[in-house]
Design a protein around this ligand. Structure first.
Ligand SMILES: C[S@@+](CC[C@H](N)C(=O)[O-])C[C@H]1O[C@@H](n2cnc3c(N)ncnc32)[C@H](O)[C@@H]1O
Length: 255
């Protein structure tokens, strides 16, 4: 038997069966219970939760409607909703299993009037009526690694490119997009031209290294439509600093 056949057998049958046999996991964010399968977690239970201290340091007021692009099980979005960072939440992902997971979370937690989810390749199947004040995401981070992994691979940065080309139609006036990117897979130069070419502009860049890092290090890009007026929280200066009490890096506002 050839090694290609064995590899196919492993990827198409063995791995899915082993995944299916693994028990589901569970997290809770401010009372919102999320049961999920580990293969849908793209880091949202871990570094994705850094959005909360980051937005707290910026003193962001409660937003009317937030959207989590590439939501997976919605760890970031549901955590923002549960912790009072937004009034209502919209979620979307291309993976039907991720969407089913979000639907279950909405139903189990009685969030039908405050949260909705769409299965959509990028923003193609999002109703034109959707308007978002805040967009957050931990999208696929690598252009040249993890081929075939929906969570990690963005071939030729096509997913980012399409997002920048279409997101402007869904932003409420003065709406802000915040992307959490990985410096191991990109620098701001990977995206700068795309952002500018589609009528958008960078309003902040935090935690970023100008060169690729050896290990995963996460940075944030704040983006708005050109001509919109950045809210105060979006131009507030913040940085990571060591908190001696907890001996870890925390986001702090510079006065
Ligand atoms: C890094 S994972 C993040 C998942 C989750 N937000 C988290 O933080 O754990 C990236 C997500 O992007 C989704 N994705 C990949 N390509 C996409 C596309 N073309 N349109 C929408 N979602 C996509 C994947 O299904 C995956 O859920």
């Amino acid at each position: 038997m050839g090694s290609r056949f064995l590899k196919r057998l492993e990827n198409e049958y063995l791995r899915p069966i082993l995944r299916w046999l693994r028990p589901s996991r569970h997290v809770s964010y401010a009372g919102i219970e999320i049961k999920y399968r580990s293969e849908l977690d793209g880091g949202g239970t871990e570094f994705g939760q850094d959005f909360l201290p980051f937005l707290t340091a910026r003193d962001m007021p409660k937003q009317q409607r937030a959207f989590e692009w590439c939501c997976g099980p919605g760890f970031i979005g549901f955590s923002l909703l549960g912790n009072g960072f937004c009034e209502t939440l919209c979620l979307a992902d291309i993976n039907p299993d991720a969407v089913a997971s979000c639907e279950r979370t909405i139903s189990v937690n009685g969030l039908g009037s405050r949260a909705s989810v769409f299965q959509s390749d990028n923003l193609k199947d999002i109703p034109a009526s959707e308007k978002w004040n805040l967009v957050v995401s931990n999208p696929p981070h690598f252009v040249d690694q993890y081929e075939g992994d929906l969570r990690a691979h963005d071939p030729d940065w096509r997913i980012h490119q399409e997002f920048f080309a279409t997101i402007g139609n869904f932003l409420a006036k003065d709406g802000v997009i915040i992307l959490q990117e990985n410096n191991k897979g990109s620098t701001i130069e990977s995206f700068r031209a795309m952002i500018g070419n589609f009528g958008l502009e960078i309003v902040f860049l935090d935690g970023h290294s100008p060169t690729l890092t050896k290990d995963s290090e996460f940075y944030y890009i704040g983006i708005m439509r050109q001509g919109d007026v950045p809210p105060v929280w979006a131009i507030t200066r913040v940085g990571r600093a060591v908190d001696p009490l907890q001996n870890k890096l925390l986001w702090q506002r510079y006065s």
